[in-house]
Write a protein that binds this ligand. Structure first.
Ligand code: ADP
Ligand code: MG
Length: 321
């Protein structure tokens, strides 16, 4: 079973950024208003996520580390799931390939901590922490050389971690986020921002003056956000922030639609800078195609593509491009 768990774990946590994503999503699901992330060596040595969310009752911390234990799917249909997680796989997966410590306290109760080291519970006891949860992941893949060899440099793992946080923070402007890496503050956005403020804070600030706002609807599908003017767009591909029903995604169809909209407007080495928020009824989209949940499946891909290409072109045309 240990081996099976470790193989399965590789699908959920193939690198520090994937583990970090799961932990931050758990903090979001817990109703946190502030999420503090601390990383060492790009998350390879240590990832810590502290939140002020609902906490885990002391008696349920051990369960949370077990496979398919989720508090988020009581008897609802999968379609009705609104939380980011619901498979109960992340914590046990991480715990099977690293040293995982969970400290948690429900408001009005005492705190409790538990440590699982590569699948083996090694200790638990009272924890003196503020209400909320603090999860620490140390030595990811240290005991799984076959996976560890796929890790890249601390620098590129760090870049991937920061990218994940940036996307989640953009999706949830009401939540405050901080990131500290190797003792240095890398990112800080306060709670209570609105979407334009958050997008401006997390992208190039110049984008605010060099972009058009989007606000389009077609057959119940909504397109919002900002699109960089052709003159502003950059020679790097990674300034595309795409969200479907509030979740960051990296979907081929969407990326292709954005490229299609800018076709003939951009020089060869330029890439569009966009933050697009697509919202549509839950039965029109499946955002859980893959455990990493960044691929989506639209019921009517043509409609979505048309909305993006049409919406972007109309907005850019109106801005004189
Ligand atoms: P899932 O998110 O799919 O339910 P996880 O393995 O990520 O599965 O987490 C297991 C359970 O642990 C969650 O359902 C939740 O009850 C609890 N949990 C994990 N992280 C937190 C957190 N930061 N705050 C509160 N509860 C948490
Ligand atoms: Mg989860």
């Amino acid at each position: 079973d240990g081996l099976v768990n470790r193989i399965a774990a590789g699908e959920v946590v193939e690198r520090p950024a994937a583990a970090l994503k799961e932990l931050v999503e758990n903090a979001i699901d817990a109703g946190a208003t502030r999420i503090a992330i601390t990383l060492a060596a790009g998350g390879i040595d240590r990832i810590e996520v502290a939140d002020d969310g609902c906490g885990i009752p002391a008696g349920e911390i051990a369960l949370a580390c077990e496979r398919h234990a989720t508090s988020k799917l009581p008897d609802e249909a999968i379609d009705a799931v609104t939380t980011l997680g619901f498979r109960g796989e992340a914590l046990p997966s991480i715990a099977s390939v690293a040293r995982l410590t969970i400290e948690s306290r429900v408001r009005g109760a005492d705190g409790w901590a538990r440590t699982v080291d590569n699948g083996v519970a090694v200790g638990e006891g009272p924890a003196a922490i503020p209400p909320g949860t603090r999860v620490r992941v140390e030595g990811l893949f240290e005991k799984v050389p076959a996976r560890r060899k796929f890790l890249r440099s601390a620098r590129s793992e760090y870049a991937a971690c920061l990218d994940i946080v940036r996307r989640l923070a953009m999706a949830r402007p009401e939540i405050g986020f901080t990131v500290e890496h190797d003792g240095r503050r890398a990112l800080s956005v306060p709670p209570g921002e609105d979407r334009p403020q958050r997008v401006a804070a997390l992208t190039d600030r110049a984008l605010a003056e060099n972009s058009v706002a989007l606000d389009h609807v077609r057959e119940g599908v909504m397109l919002g956000g900002v699109a960089g003017l052709p003159t502003f767009n950059r020679g790097v591909a990674d300034h595309q922030y795409l969200f479907v029903n509030g979740r960051p995604v990296r979907d081929r169809l969407l990326v292709g639609a954005v490229r299609g909209a800018y076709q003939d407007m951009l020089a060869r080495d330029r890439h569009p800078v966009v933050a697009l928020f697509i919202d549509l009824p839950g039965d029109q989209v499946d955002v859980n195609v893959h455990p990493a949940k960044t691929e989506v499946r639209f019921r009517d891909p043509g409609l979505v593509r048309g909305l993006i290409v049409g919406g972007l072109r109309a907005a850019l045309d109106a801005a004189g491009h």
